[in-house]
Write a protein that binds this ligand. Structure first.
Ligand SMILES: [Zn+2]
Length: 136
């Protein structure tokens, strides 16, 4: 399914640029040794702006939970209703969570706790977005 286009801002641009290169990077505070997502101008814990770096993730995760969307306000997505929405916990840090439509997984037949790996799909404006595929 084609997703709505993403317009990166100055803080999220490295995340989206990496996605276009099919790499998943997450903001990390070197001072706290702590990941944070979505990207922010400063560390949420210590407030440092200078300690932030981008760390490449393994691209592996686990399905935390899921739901099915039957009535979405985004017109672009309505053709694909109903569709899955799952919360993915990154294996690198389960505290970092991302949403996925789980391309390829049957609607409402989503194995919670299953392993997933990141893939990248082009959105409506060509920006690639991370998605997740069930691996087992
Ligand atoms: Zn910090």
């Amino acid at each position: 399914m084609v997703k709505q286009g993403v317009l990166p801002d100055e803080f999220s641009k490295p995340f989206w640029d990496a996605a276009n290169d099919e790499r998943l990077v997450i903001q990390n505070c070197k001072a706290c040794d702590r990941l944070q997502h979505p990207p922010l101008p400063a560390c949420r814990r210590c407030g440092s702006e200078d300690s932030l770096e981008w760390k490449e993730m393994s691209g592996r995760g686990t399905i935390y939970n899921h739901g099915v969307v039957y009535d979405c306000p985004v017109r672009l997505l309505q053709d694909d209703q109903p569709f899955n929405v799952a919360v993915i916990m990154l294996d690198d840090d389960p505290g970092i969570q991302m949403f996925s439509h789980l391309p390829g997984a049957p609607v409402d037949d989503v194995p919670a706790g299953a392993s997933v790996e990141v893939i990248f799909e082009a959105s409506a404006n060509g920006q690639k977005v991370p998605e997740w595929r069930v691996t087992g």
